[in-house]
Design a binder for this molecule. Sequence first.
Ligand SMILES: CC/C=C\CCC/C=C/C(=O)SCCNC(=O)CCNC(=O)[C@H](O)C(C)(C)COP(=O)(O)OP(=O)(O)OC[C@H]1O[C@@H](n2cnc3c(N)ncnc32)[C@H](O)[C@@H]1OP(=O)(O)O
Length: 312
Amino acid sequence: MALRAVSALTWGLGGPGVGPLRSGTFLRCATQHRLEKMPSSIGFPEASRRPFSSHRILVDVDQSHGVATMKLKNPPVNSLSLELLTEFVISWEKLENDKSCRGVILTSNSPKIFSAGLDITDMYGKNAAHYAEFWKAVQEVWLKLYTSNMVVIAAINGSSPAGGCLMSLASDYRIMADNPKYTIGLNETLLGIVAPFWFKDNLVNTIGNRASEHALQRGLLFPPADALKIGLVDQIVPEDKVQSTALSVMSEWLKIPDHARQLTKTMMRKPTADRLLKQREADIQNFVSFISKDSIQKSLHMYLKFLKEREK
Ligand SMILES: CC/C=C\CCC/C=C/C(=O)SCCNC(=O)CCNC(=O)[C@H](O)C(C)(C)COP(=O)(O)OP(=O)(O)OC[C@H]1O[C@@H](n2cnc3c(N)ncnc32)[C@H](O)[C@@H]1OP(=O)(O)O
């Protein structure tokens, strides 16, 4: 039964205060062409452009010298809510349309958490229309990040499970704070849910098939040193050096002529992005029907309860 499968004993969460349960033993160039974008997005739904009632700013954008820093800012844990995802897409489109912006550093406003992943409350106790809108927003954020013409560097300054890991994976380069309390990985199975094929594809493209098979089935969350070993992140640096390292790595990437780098990125990533684009609607329907199942809703309920009640 799904409930048993997600017993608290198996929830190998990482992050501050969860030590024993943690899984894992583990110049710009003269040429500044803007290429035609990869045919990624089929457009963000009008319904999702509606103003949300809180009017909070959930994504901070700061831009200077052709590089933007985007900070996720959704306390307490930077969960990727429908509201945040919607704001993210709008901010992203503005940057993509700004010809002076060549690179984005994606990071978090919170000191210990990059992102807790998809907001579980958007996947629990809602109706089918909400699940569909939420999932379309998740797809859209991934497509935007994964197919962006800009250089995208993830400055992972805290724990980054599931959807947080996906945002990092969609970036071109990942720098993580070297603090063993932080973890990163696709831990969906620990919640009794399954990472969809495009999460899996992005992981396989990054760390290879065997390591993905192992990591996905067990829902492994890796501390930084282990994440570096398997190639889930590209570099680990002291906590206070994450942003400065991201800036200096960015300046190296920006030395490459944009048009050559962009065409190469397209060559590498388009087949993976296209796989989702070809079956985007079916993927939404699959998500809605999966997440609406009583057994899955019960698993998510238990998981939320576990998160609230666990010892910190
Ligand atoms: C067919 C395809 C089907 C499905 C595919 C679905 C793919 C899903 C992808 C996902 O991203 S699912 C989300 C997975 N995320 C997690 O498992 C992370 C869970 N959270 C944590 O591990 C920890 O919260 C932490 C991020 C390590 C931070 O720990 P900390 O001790 O600092 O905070 P605390 O645990 O006390 O949390 C504070 C507060 O926030 C709530 N919370 C945490 N994570 C989420 C979340 N992802 N969504 C919504 N809410 C979350 C937590 O319950 C606490 O609430 P409270 O203050 O009311 O108790």
